[in-house]
Design a protein around this ligand. Structure first.
Ligand SMILES: C[S@@+](CC[C@H](N)C(=O)[O-])C[C@H]1O[C@@H](n2cnc3c(N)ncnc32)[C@H](O)[C@@H]1O
Length: 229
């Protein structure tokens, strides 16, 4: 099978979610009508993954694919997933153009109702935000369950609103790393929190404007079950 072939979603066992056509249309319009957004790796993903030995990675809500392509360039085998067909097609084309097509699989999923198959050493959810109702906690718990022993789940959320963001709702609440960790409902006997922080960084918007923004970062690691005597 061509590993760069886009795959359609497959429902996963026990999934109670429902696909949301409005959400799919929203994100399809978002990627279909806008000028090509420069697809750079997100700095907190690069910082986290750079010291790791490359393995299998899953990029949830990959968008135009800056992270997926960067990971592939570092030697990772990446599954890049998004609700937008245009986004995953763009990732596939970029992977081909940049010579990493053999390390990038793209799959279109509405993660509300389906999840990619496989086991991963790294699952990354970078700014996995949507204006639509989505049981993000359930998606992220499924993601945690798809990790191999010692695997890492990196969640980087917005912690503040950039001036160029599509979401300028003044009442928005960005879950803190502690709140995200609580949503994951992870058994501390099998999981450790490696990082829970809210760092600031200087970010650049689509027109080149800059602003200081906050990121909410949670990194958890799956641990081997303790040995029993
Ligand atoms: C704010 S963007 C972040 C994109 C990318 N990770 C980045 O850092 O630039 C959120 C992404 O999640 C995707 N997304 C939103 N809802 C989704 C869903 N239910 N299933 C899969 N992807 C979804 C969107 O299409 C979009 O690409």
């Amino acid at each position: 099978m061509d590993s760069t072939q886009g795959r359609r979603p497959t429902a996963h066992a026990g999934d109670q979610g429902t696909a949301d056509a409005d959400a799919e249309q929203f994100w399809e319009r978002h990627y279909g009508t806008r000028r090509a957004w420069p697809a750079h790796v997100n700095p907190l993903l690069a910082e986290t993954a750079a010291p790791l030995r490359p393995g299998a990675a899953l990029d949830l809500g990959c968008g135009p694919g800056g992270d997926a392509i960067w990971l592939a360039q570092q030697g990772w085998h990446v599954t890049a997933v998004d609700i937008s067909t245009t986004a995953v097609e763009r990732v596939r084309e970029r992977a081909r153009d940049l010579g990493v097509a053999d390390r990038v699989v793209t799959e279109q999923h509405d993660l509300a109702s389906s999840f990619p198959a496989g086991q991963f050493d790294l699952v990354s959810a970078q700014y996995f935000h949507t204006p639509f109702s989505l049981s993000r906690g359930r998606v992220l718990r499924t993601a945690a369950g798809a990790l191999r022993p010692d695997g890492l789940l990196l969640i980087v959320d917005h912690g503040s609103t950039a001036p160029w963001s599509w979401n300028q709702d003044p009442d928005i609440h960005y879950p803190t790393p502690t709140e995200i960790a609580a949503e994951l409902e992870l058994d501390p006997a099998h999981w450790s929190v490696r990082r829970a922080e809210m760092p600031r960084r200087r970010a650049t918007g689509p027109a080149g404007e800059t602003a200081t923004v906050i990121d909410n970062v949670l990194l958890v690691q799956r641990r081997d079950p303790p040995m029993t005597a």
